[in-house]
Design a protein around this ligand. Structure first.
Ligand SMILES: Nc1ncnc2c1ncn2[C@@H]1O[C@H](COP(=O)(O)OP(=O)(O)OP(=O)(O)O)[C@@H](O)[C@H]1O
Ligand SMILES: [Mg+2]
Length: 234
């Protein structure tokens, strides 16, 4: 579904991605792991058109998408839930969600999409008339993911969905990501906790200092020397 080849990104004179390649197949959950500053967010920002690559190629469903503006990438069925759950604090939960479905492809289905998101996250239905700023961190993350789903993506990218959340909420969101995937949405997400991420993923990639250093089936990545030594300390 997604093929990234030799992606390079520079911020000014500072190069952060070096020849990064990755693939995500239809129906998969894939995680992108790596330490702070490795360039994980930069990769998915480049995939959604927020950052312009210096070099490389991105294909989605057989079509080249690098260089397209973000709205055209969304139209093709890619949705990006940004790092630190950026919701609109002074809009209600429902308005935040509806903003995710403003595009032509999604607008006619927005009532149905809203019902789908509320079925995944019942707490958002209860809080639909509340301002987003009054939600807890976990609820705001649910809202951010819910908004991402309102564009009816084929491919959902989530940047650190579990950041700063309690174990109970993490478990809840893990289950929902699996449900979203079962409903036919392919998922690529970023996470720093290797065991947690690989627990729900089919495959994983590890990025270090802008280079992909390990990739493979979840079990292979978990059992790789680098991950065992550096991330698990065993
Ligand atoms: N807009 C920008 N301008 C300049 N440098 C940037 C910009 N965005 C990111 N960087 C730098 O690029 C590098 C990679 O950043 P990126 O946010 O992609 O890392 P990350 O792996 O997502 O890290 P984290 O786990 O902390 O979110 C960092 O050194 C960061 O300071
Ligand atoms: Mg990041």
């Amino acid at each position: 579904m997604l093929r990234v080849q030799d992606l390079e990104v520079k911020y000014g004179d500072f190069q952060v991605l070096w020849g990064v390649s990755l693939e995500v197949h239809q129906g998969e959950i894939v995680c992108l792991l790596g330490p702070n500053g490795a360039g994980k967010s930069t990769i998915i920002n480049a995939l959604s058109g927020l950052v312009k690559p210096l070099a490389g190629r991105v294909e989605f469903c057989g079509e080249r998408i690098d260089g397209l503006p973000t709205h055209q990438i969304v139209t093709r069925g890619i949705s990006h839930v940004l790092e630190r759950r950026r919701v609109f604090p002074y809009l209600t939960v429902e308005k935040n969600l509806l903003l995710g479905s403003y595009q032509d492809r999604a607008r006619p289905r927005r009532e149905e999409s809203l019902a789908w998101v509320f079925s995944l996250f019942p707490v958002l239905r209860e809080r639909r008339h509340q301002l987003a700023q009054s939600l807890s961190g976990g609820e705001q993350q649910m809202l951010a993911i819910g908004r991402g789903l309102m564009s009816r993506p084929k491919f959902l990218m989530i940047d650190e969905p579990f950041l700063g959340l309690s174990p109970l909420v993490v478990t809840e969101i893990l289950e929902i990501i699996t449900q979203i995937n079962t409903a036919g949405v392919t998922v690529l997400f970023i996470e720093q906790n290797v065991q947690l991420a690989l627990g729900i993923s089919h495959r994983g990639y590890v990025l270090e200092s802008g280079r992909m250093v390990v990739s493979g089936a979840a079990k292979e990545v978990l059992e790789s020397d680098l991950v065992r030594k550096v991330y698990l300390g065993i």
